[in-house]
Design a binder for this molecule. Sequence first.
Ligand SMILES: Nc1ncnc2c1ncn2[C@@H]1O[C@H](COP(=O)(O)OP(=O)(O)OP(=O)(O)O)[C@@H](O)[C@H]1O
Ligand SMILES: CC(C)(CO)[C@@H](O)C(=O)[O-]
Ligand code: BAL
Length: 279
Amino acid sequence: MKIIHTIAELRAWRKTVGTVAFVPTMGSLHAGHMSLIHAAKASAEHTVVSIFVNRLQFGQGEDFDRYPRTLENDAALIAEQGGVDVIFAPDEKELYPNVIQQYQVTPPAIAEELCGAFRPGHFRGVATVVTKLFNIVEPDIACFGRKDYQQLFVIQSMVSDLNMNIQILPVDTGRADDGLALSSRNAFLTADQRIEAPRLYHHLSRMKAAIEAGERDYSKLAIQTVTDLRVRGWIDIDYVDTRNAETLKPAASTDKNLVILIAARIGTTRLIDNIEVHL
Ligand SMILES: Nc1ncnc2c1ncn2[C@@H]1O[C@H](COP(=O)(O)OP(=O)(O)OP(=O)(O)O)[C@@H](O)[C@H]1O
Ligand SMILES: CC(C)(CO)[C@@H](O)C(=O)[O-]
Ligand code: BAL
């Protein structure tokens, strides 16, 4: 396995190989990332994992500075699993030599809802860096986790709208035994917060069960969840929302494919999760 830091070296390597599956990450790898890597390995001759904490997708006051950076551990974990050809780990100067990225990819208005409403410019930053990475790695396939459902939606629609010749492979959310979605940011949780955090998934599961049982008043379900979380001390709840799983528009009572999305802060750590409902 090679660790490549420069675009020139990555491009030189890319010219010498056949099909490539690509897993973009911000590092601090966990079992959720490993299932993306597993899916990538199974779908092309070669696998590239990128590790880059992308300043452009973080807002003012967000956790860019404290975001965990653990390249050595990440490389060891990937090497242990085997089968990855390249870790692409550029530094900021390599990817953003002009400091300010003049040309950016602006997603449509749906990217300003849900997480986008609380992280203005976030998905522009994601779409821009993913486009740059796609242009550098030139993958045949790229894997994205369903945990970041809106991100997956933005990338899928970007690839379709801009005719990028890349197949996007969605990968199911990896969870801890108690249901908490695996996330690099879980590392910030205190022991007590870690015990409380799976409540997000428990609420999503409860809302899903209610919808499967015939409930169509999605706002009522959301209010119940918010009320219960507030009582338990979750004061910073960004949203609890039921959307059409294919369009991400607000769900209609006749929709058959839904996704319930949630984002909330526990202490200073912002967690997101979602659950799909197929009726
Ligand atoms: N639990 C998970 N299951 C499946 N995919 C995941 C999971 N966690 C992250 N991913 C996917 O891994 C890719 C890289 O994500 P990233 O490096 O931001 O990790 P993360 O754990 O989501 O970190 P963060 O705490 O920043 O949300 C994304 O496609 C993301 O959806
Ligand atoms: C796709 C991504 C690597 C772009 O920086 C990031 O948003 C992530 O890790 O999900
Ligand atoms: N996993 C999405 C990256 C972010 O939260 O910035």
